[in-house]
Design a protein around this ligand. Structure first.
Ligand code: SF4
Length: 247
């Protein structure tokens, strides 16, 4: 028996980000909506923001260093909103068996390497700390030099589905500096707003959890069932975009 289509509503969202204004046409469910349902929209919004910021950087004479096949930044801790962690776990679960086994093995090997280096992989252990402590922990994470489980031959194997934090990371400093970046050696393309942070802040309100580390995401999802949706699509999108103005 065919299932009835989910009623949706379409409208325009105006994003005011610093001096930038962007208008997006969005379609969301009318009824209860989970954050994971907004990820395609979050990715589209991130793409639009990054595109504008890139154009501004290029117009200012800067050259984007990021290239296909450069995975220099893919040893950094990747923070995910809980909804993104669930999306990645679903992506892995849907992979063909051999590929899925390889990915799960890389997650396990990465976690073992961090454990051997005595580096925590829980998001709240790294990003929940005060700024000084967070810098120490992030530096320790990067010093362990463990590649993201999705990095294959220095390319992202899930590029169309990569997290928003990865989409937002662009630099004009030498690419090799991303291997062990410091504020002095990295020139990031500044964004007028961060969808990844807005989603994380919105998810904190809904789930009480702000950041999940990518390397911990499969384990975290296995022990954190998705909460029931308590907001309608329009309410949720308003909540996320309200957070965007604070990023
Ligand atoms: S998800 Fe892809 S882009 Fe992001 S860190 Fe992993 S390999 Fe790199």
């Amino acid at each position: 028996m065919a299932t009835a289509p989910v009623p949706t509503i379409t409208g325009e969202v105006v994003l005011r980000l610093e001096e930038e204004t962007m208008t997006m046409t969005v379609t969301v469910p009318v009824g209860p909506t989970a954050m994971i349902d907004l990820l395609p929209l979050a990715n589209a919004a991130t793409g639009a923001i990054v595109e504008r910021a890139t154009a501004r950087a290029v117009a200012a004479g800067r050259t984007i260093s990021c290239r296909a096949g450069c995975g220099a930044c893919c040893r950094q801790p990747v923070p995910l909103a809980p909804a993104e962690a669930r999306s990645l776990a679903a992506l892995v679960a849907a992979m063909p068996v051999p590929e899925q086994a390889n990915v799960r093995n890389r997650f396990a090997a990465g976690q073992a390497a961090f454990a051997a280096a005595n580096v925590p992989v829980r998001g709240d252990r790294i990003f929940g700390a005060d700024l000084a402590e967070m810098r120490v922990r992030v530096a320790a994470y990067m010093a362990a030099y463990v590649a993201c489980p999705f990095l294959v031959d220095e390319s992202c194997s899930i590029h169309p589905d990569r997290p928003t934090a990865c989409r937002e990371y662009l630099v004009t400093s030498p690419a090799e500096n991303c291997r062990l970046p410091t504020p002095e050696t990295i020139a990031r393309v500044e964004l007028p707003g961060s969808i990844s942070t807005a989603m994380a802040n919105a998810d904190r309100d809904l789930e009480g959890v702000r950041r999940v580390l990518l390397i911990d995401s499969l384990d975290w999802v296995a022990t954190h069932p998705a909460p029931a949706s308590v907001r309608t699509g329009p309410e949720l999108i308003q909540h996320v975009f309200a957070q965007l103005s604070k990023t």
